[in-house]
Write a protein that binds this ligand. Structure first.
Ligand code: PHE
Length: 530
């Protein structure tokens, strides 16, 4: 006789008591489970290596993957050496402050003129609560604060062949109109029987109740289907005159066809994303606090900065790496190598990797992204627009504009004037830093008005495609099943590959951590099995 889940739980409850009952509910996906399971990881322990001698690992790259590998292996007693071409840890996880100096591959040199305490995150800038990055922040003592990833007061700006073209639309108005019109149409269709094949009478009532709530639509008008369930706007989309001792004057809704044609509604899929939904977090004082915390935990002496890898290879004993420093060329050897460089960089460096491994590294497709940080001497977005953190999204080359999530009501602030990817990033990236600022101010003023060009104190822009040692923002795979990804998941001799590209969470530090931990586990299993 088939059992219902309820019957089953009843039996367990009777036989095992409440504890067993709750556990079983969790297994059935019914209880309010604590948190989703993280990708499994058994950290290696010092005891595991007892009697096996010291094992050495050389790690290429002090980005988040390389740092995670060095940290976890180091805790277990592996002797790690990290080779890092830059003079800082973090790789793309990079915070720009007063005095940060960078020369890109096109020969542009910038020195950040931000005020003390001001900064921009040139790479990662936001952390979902469920990412392992947050667990490491807890473990390493990196203080976190809210990152505002969605703000009803921000704008959506759409240029196109529709009535909203070139008009900044408040996020809340776009959302209210999108949900309102969808609800009106669906309620009408439901009420008129268009969905009778799928819905029982009580389903229909429940659905209409949901739509009235989600869409803020009107009631049914007996005998008048067209007048029924109408969406006519209302306070949730914003006011011309806000309520005071007298009622407010809500702004009228945009026309249905403009809402549809502009595509503003599609934006809301972004903030529903597994990795983008509020609540989100950022380290206090800049994303690089994570990399520096790793550096402290690993021991600064284990990381050799300013070392450019010239060649790496498997040997009969282990591995060897030739690298260049100020003092000339040197070679380091070790039992194992973790290559935590971007795949397109790893592919270019001389090695004795088999051709198919180099081909696999090369098969990653590189995406560009860029950002400009603009420091203003007046927080006009707070003062004039009532915006405290969050995002304005534009379908021009600016892409995304981020208002600072901290320092509210301060004297100054750095906003991200653009965070764009792909072709827009390349367009901006092809300009000089000064030209980028001019263009960003011009495009930003179309959305925010003339205040956007005033009180500018400093700016710094990054184009990841021309960033030395990264040469791209992140990579993608044409296929995960053509053999290339799997080839790199497995070690080649004593060489392991790590990085966010070796995960299903590309373009997140979490992906770098997941990958590094998988490599640490697999390397350690091999050592302890020997
Ligand atoms: N993690 C990056 C960001 O949040 C890049 C990214 C964007 C990754 C959107 C996935 C989805 O901006």
């Amino acid at each position: 006789m088939p059992q219902t889940r309820r019957d089953f739980l009843k039996q367990v409850g009777i036989a095992g008591g409440a504890g067993v009952m709750l556990q079983s509910m969790g297994a059935l996906g019914l209880s309010p489970a604590a948190a989703a399971d993280r990708p499994p990881f058994t950290p290696p322990k010092p005891d595991d290596l007892r009697g096996r001698g010291t094992k050495s690992v050389v790690i290429l790259g002090a980005g988040i993957a390389g740092l995670t590998a060095a940290y976890e292996l180091g805790k277990a007693g592996y002797r790690c050496t990290v080779l890092e071409a830059r003079d800082r840890p973090g790789g793309r996880s990079w915070t720009i402050r007063k005095g940060t100096k960078e020369t890109d591959l096109a020969g542009n040199t910038q020195t950040a003129g931000f005020s003390a305490g001001q900064y921009m995150n040139a790479g990662p800038g936001r952390l979902p609560q469920h990412h392992l990055t947050v667990d490491y922040c807890r473990e390493l003592g990196v203080e976190l604060e809210t990152f505002v990833n969605a703000n009803a007061e921000g704008y959506l700006y759409r240029v196109g062949n529709h009535g909203l073209s070139g008009q900044p639309v408040r996020h809340r108005a776009a959302k209210a109109d999108t949900f309102g019109y969808i609800s009106e149409l669906l309620a009408k269709a439901t009420d008129q029987g268009a969905l009778d094949t799928y819905l029982s009478a009580s389903d229909k009532d429940a659905l209409i109740a949901l739509l009235r709530s989600v869409g803020s639509i009107g009631p049914k008008v007996a005998g008048d289907p067209a007048a029924s369930y109408r969406y006519t706007g209302g306070g949730r989309r914003g006011y011309e005159v806000e309520p005071g001792v007298t009622a407010g004057t809500p702004l009228p809704p945009y026309a249905l066809s403009d809402v549809l044609a502009s595509g503003i509604g599609q934006y809301f899929s972004f903030e529903l994303g597994w990795d983008q939904a509020m609540q989100m977090l950022q380290p206090v004082g800049g994303m690089d606090q994570i990399a520096y915390a790793f550096e402290r935990a690993i021991g600064r002496g284990k990381i050799r900065y300013g070392t450019e890898v010239v060649a790496y290879r498997n040997t009969s004993q282990g591995v060897e790496v030739d690298y260049r420093t100020n003092g000339g060329q040197r070679t380091v050897d070790a039992d194992f190598l973790v290559c935590a460089l971007p795949p397109h960089i790893a592919a270019k460096i001389t090695s004795n990797l088999p051709a198919e491994v180099v081909t696999a590294l090369r098969s990653a497709t590189v995406t560009n992204a860029g950002k400009i940080g603009i420091e203003y001497g007046r927080r006009w977005w707070e003062l004039d627009h009532g915006i405290y953190g969050g995002i304005t999204n534009a379908n021009n080359e600016l892409g995304n504009m981020w208002y600072p999530s901290s320092g509210f009501h301060g004297k100054r602030g750095v906003m991200i004037g653009y965070y764009n990817t792909g072709a827009s990033a390349n367009t901006y990236g092809a300009l000089t830093p000064q030209q980028r600022l001019v263009k960003a101010l011009e495009q930003g003023a179309q959305i925010h008005g003339p205040a956007y060009t005033r009180d500018v104190r400093a700016a710094f822009s990054t184009d990841w495609a021309t960033n030395r040692y990264s040469e791209g923002a992140w990579v993608g795979w044409r296929s995960r099943t053509d053999g290339n990804y799997d080839r790199l998941l497995a070690p080649t001799g004593n060489i392991y590959f790590a990085g966010d590209h070796m995960s299903y969470t590309i373009a997140w530090q979490h992906g770098a951590i997941v990958s590094a931990r998988a490599v640490v586990e697999s390397l350690h299993q091999r050592v302890t099995a020997a």
